[in-house]
Design a protein around this ligand. Structure first.
Ligand SMILES: Nc1ncnc2c1ncn2[C@@H]1O[C@H](COP(=O)(O)OP(=O)(O)OP(=O)(O)O)[C@@H](O)[C@H]1O
Length: 279
C-alpha cells in the first residue's frame, strides 16, 4: 500500500536530512502511528506520501504507483485516493459544513445528485447530522475536526493521512476523534497518523513507527508512545547487580563493578523485531 525503499529527503539549505534512508512497508488496512520528537521527520514523511515533496534519494510506491514516474498532470488523480486531515482543520470559513464537504466532490466533478446523498451520509457517519448548515466558527474544535474528517473520507479514499489531528483538542474530544478514526480504519481505510499524543498511542496499541533525526528507531506491531525495550546498558547494570547478589549469598568476594555511564546518544535500543513476517 505504501512502500519506502531507502528514501532520504534533504531540504535546500539544510545539510541534515529530514529523512535518512527510510525503508518500510505499510499494508492495506493497517492503523499506523508515526511518532518522534519535533523535527524528527513525521510531516516530511506524510508530504512524500502525498507527493507534495520529492525524495532526494530512494523510491516510494503508494497504491502500486511508483511516485517518481507519476507526471504532475496525474498527481491530482493520484491524490483522490488519499484523504488528509491536519491539526488546524483547514476548513473554508465562509462555507457551511455541507459545502465544505461537498467542495471535495465538486472539484472532482461528481453530480449534484451524488453530492446530495453522499454528504449527508458522511456527516451522519462522523456524528454531525443536523449541523450541515452551520458555519465552521459556529462549531466546537472537535466538531470542526469531524467536518475535516468527513471532507477527507467523503470520496472513500484508500488511505487517510492525519498530521496531529488531535493536537488542538482536549483529551475527551480527542478520544471521540480517535473512535471515529478507528471506525474509518475498521471499514477498510489504511490510516497513517503523525502524533505527539502519548495517551492516545498508549491506549490504541497499534503499529508504532518512531522516527529520530530522520531515521526509524522503532517499528512495533502493537506498541505505546515510548518504547518498552530496555536499553542494553541498563540490562548490563541489572545483570551485574544480580551476579553480585548471587556471589555474595554464596560467600564469594566480588569486585565492585563501576556502573557504565549512560550516554543517551549512544544507548543502543534492543530492536523489537515484530514486523515483517507477514509482508
Ligand atoms: N521546507 C523545509 N525546508 C527546510 N527544512 C525543512 C523544511 N521542512 C522541514 N524541514 C526540516 O526537516 C526536519 C524534519 O521536519 P518535519 O516537519 O518533517 O518534522 P516533524 O517530525 O513533522 O516535526 P513536528 O512534530 O514539529 O511537526 C526538521 O529539521 C525541519 O527543520
Amino acid at each position: 500500500m505504501i512502500r519506502f525503499d531507502e528514501v532520504s529527503k534533504f531540504y535546500a539549505g539544510n545539510p541534515r536530512p529530514a529523512l535518512n534512508g527510510i525503508t518500510l512497508e505499510i499494508l492495506k488496512g493497517e492503523f499506523v502511528f508515526l511518532v518522534g520528537a519535533s523535527g524528527s521527520g513525521k510531516s516530511s514523511f506524510l508530504r512524500l506520501v502525498l507527493k507534495e515533496e520529492k525524495p532526494s534519494k530512494g523510491q516510494i510506491h503508494v497504491l502500486g504507483q511508483r511516485l517518481g514516474t507519476l507526471s504532475s498532470r496525474k498527481v491530482p488523480y493520484f491524490r483522490r485516493n488519499l484523504g488528509v486531515v491536519f491539526q488546524d482543520f483547514r476548513l473554508l470559513p465562509q462555507k457551511s459544513v455541507f459545502d465544505n464537504v461537498a467542495f471535495t466532490l465538486q472539484v472532482i466533478g461528481k453530480s449534484k445528485g451524488y453530492i446530495s446523498e453522499a454528504v449527508p451520509d458522511v456527516l451522519k457517519m462522523v456524528g454531525l447530522a443536523g449541523k450541515a448548515q452551520r458555519l465552521p466558527h459556529e462549531l466546537s474544535g472537535g466538531e470542526q475536526q469531524r467536518v475535516a474528517i468527513a471532507r477527507a473520507i467523503v470520496n472513500r479514499p484508500a488511505i487517510l493521512l492525519a498530521d496531529e489531528p488531535t493536537g488542538n483538542l482536549d483529551p475527551s474530544t480527542s478520544a471521540g476523534i480517535m473512535t471515529l478514526l478507528d471506525r474509518i480504519n475498521a471499514s477498510g481505510t489504511t490510516v497513517l497518523m503523525a502524533t505527539h499524543d502519548a495517551g492516545i498511542v498508549d491506549q490504541m496499541q497499534r503499529r508504532v513507527i518512531e522516527l529520530s533525526g530522520g531515521s526509524i528507531v522503532r517499528d512495533e506491531r502493537s506498541g505505546g508512545y515510548q518504547t518498552q525495550a530496555v536499553p542494553i546498558v541498563q540490562l548490563a547494570q541489572e545483570q551485574a547487580a544480580q551476579d553480585a547478589t548471587a556471589a555474595r549469598t554464596q560467600g564469594v568476594p566480588v569486585p565492585t563493578v563501576p556502573a557504565p555511564r549512560l550516554d543517551p546518544e549512544s544507548v543502543e535500543r534492543q530492536s523489537v523485531p515484530s514486523w515483517g513476517a507477514d509482508k
